[in-house]
Design a protein around this ligand. Structure first.
Ligand code: LLP
Length: 398
């Protein structure tokens, strides 16, 4: 049940405004929906920490049988702190330093290298007996060009033509290439690019004689706009399961298949609650100012992302077309552009929906404004603070 007016007022009274609020039941339902997708195909699910790295969220995800995908030593440490064993963590770092690679490997976490230069470095450092290789399958997809991570313009992965060289580098360093990994993009609502990329991956994975796993990355989208349809998991399963089964039969050994969903687990579980600070009418626009902004939810400013906004306080007020603006000193600090809303007034609470993924995790302290607190709401409505609001003293430094 999405957070309504009464609960929102109670939460804000207890934890302050703005506030990130997550519904545990939604997270658990999404996790189970994913795991039910491939019950018999030796699939392991790794939650992409970057979507929301709150330790309580990591713990919940672990309780649902997920591992985690980490991309920095910080995310690896968060996962360990949340209780994940090193063999439940995958690492897919991009442009990482030798020191970071060394530290991650020393914690017993398996590395997937991002291409030939990183593979050479791991070989030189002598820090791994086996590594995975990220492949750019030359297929990309996603809700915005910033989040398309496969194809000719992407900085990620090795080209399929580089696999032989990778095998030679690994062999010379007495390492095995035991996995192939990809991530073609984020916020994908169609199954077609997925299926095409899976085919490319399986074709090339068959060339690795020490192959143990094939990791297809994340990217399952969620509908943000009312007219968007949810990802069709039934069609996805129908297309992918036979391919995985045929591949295993062909390889004649137990290959593990992996996915790394982030957004799908947490996006719809999260709401950013904000309070209206002012309503200003200019010659052109009505600016509804709120006590938050691009510092807490950068997706609208960075990707033109659309988040549903609900006026919880005044749902039946006459509607008008408004711009919801944050507190940051930039004109681009808009959470919604020309949106029909029941006309807000000062003090109203607005709910910004689907903010659980890439909301808090991309938040900043720009303009020296603290990041909000985060709370977890249980099925019985009980809410607990899972990270306090930043303290200004900490932001100011010594
Ligand atoms: N695996 C790898 C290697 C990734 O780079 C990503 C996301 C994922 C998994 C998880 O993707 P997901 O299932 O969440 O789509 N900040 C952007 C999204 C950037 C995603 C980057 N990589 C946004 O707010 O839309």
């Amino acid at each position: 049940m999405p957070i309504g007016r009464e609960l929102a007022s109670t939460l804000i009274a207890a934890h302050g405004s703005p506030l990130y609020a997550y519904e545990a039941a939604v997270l658990v339902e999404r996790a189970r929906r994913l795991r039910a997708c491939f019950p018999a195909e030796n699939v392991r699910w790794f939650y992409a920490t970057k979507a929301n790295a709150n330790l309580e969220i990591l713990r919940r995800v672990r309780a649902e049988g997920f591992g985690v995908d980490a991309v920095s030593i910080g995310e690896v440490r968060a996962a360990i702190k949340a209780g994940f064993a090193s063999n439940e963590i995958t690492f897919n770092g991009n442009n990482v330093t030798s020191a970071e690679l060394r530290e991650v490997a020393s914690l017993g976490v398996h590395l997937s290298v991002d291409g030939i230069p990183q593979l050479r470095r791991v070989a030189e450092l002598g820090i791994a007996n086996s590594v995975g290789l990220r492949l750019n399958p030359d297929i990309g997809a996603g809700h915005h060009h910033h989040v398309i991570t496969g194809g000719p313009d992407a900085k990620f992965g090795a080209a399929p033509e580089e696999i032989d060289e990778a095998l030679a580098i690994a062999a010379a360093a007495h390492m095995t290439l035991d996995g192939l990994q990809q991530h073609i993009g984020s916020g994908i609502l169609e199954t077609a690019p997925w299926i095409a990329a899976v085919d490319v991956m399986l074709k090339h994975a068959a060339r690795l004689k020490d192959l143990r796993f094939v990791d297809f990355g994340g990217g399952f989208g969620v509908p943000y706009r009312p007219m968007e349809s949810p990802f069709d998991f039934a069609a996805f399963r129908e297309a992918i399961a036979p391919r995985l089964q045929a591949f295993r039969a062909r390889m004649q050994r137990p290959i593990e298949f992996r996915f790394e969903p982030g957004r799908f687990l947490v996006a719809e579980a999260g709401t950013l609650l904000v309070t209206v600070t002012s309503v200003k009418r200019t010659t052109r626009h009505t600016f509804v100012g709120v006590d938050s902004g691009m510092n807490h939810l950068i997706r609208p400013a960075l990707y033109d992302a659309w988040h549903e906004i609900v006026n919880l306080t005044r749902p039946n007020a006459p509607a008008s077309c408004v711009r919801v603006a944050g507190q940051i000193c930039e004109s681009g600090d808009l959470l919604a552009v020309d949106r029909e809303l029941p006309t807000p007034e000062e003090g109203d609470i607005l709910a910004i929906r689907n903010a659980g993924a890439y909301g808090y995790s991309m938040a900043s302290t720009y303009n020296l404004r603290p990041r909000p607190a985060e709370v977890m709401i249980e099925s019985d409505g009980f809410a607990r603070c899972i990270r306090p609001r930043d303290r200004l003293e900490d932001l100011l430094g010594p």
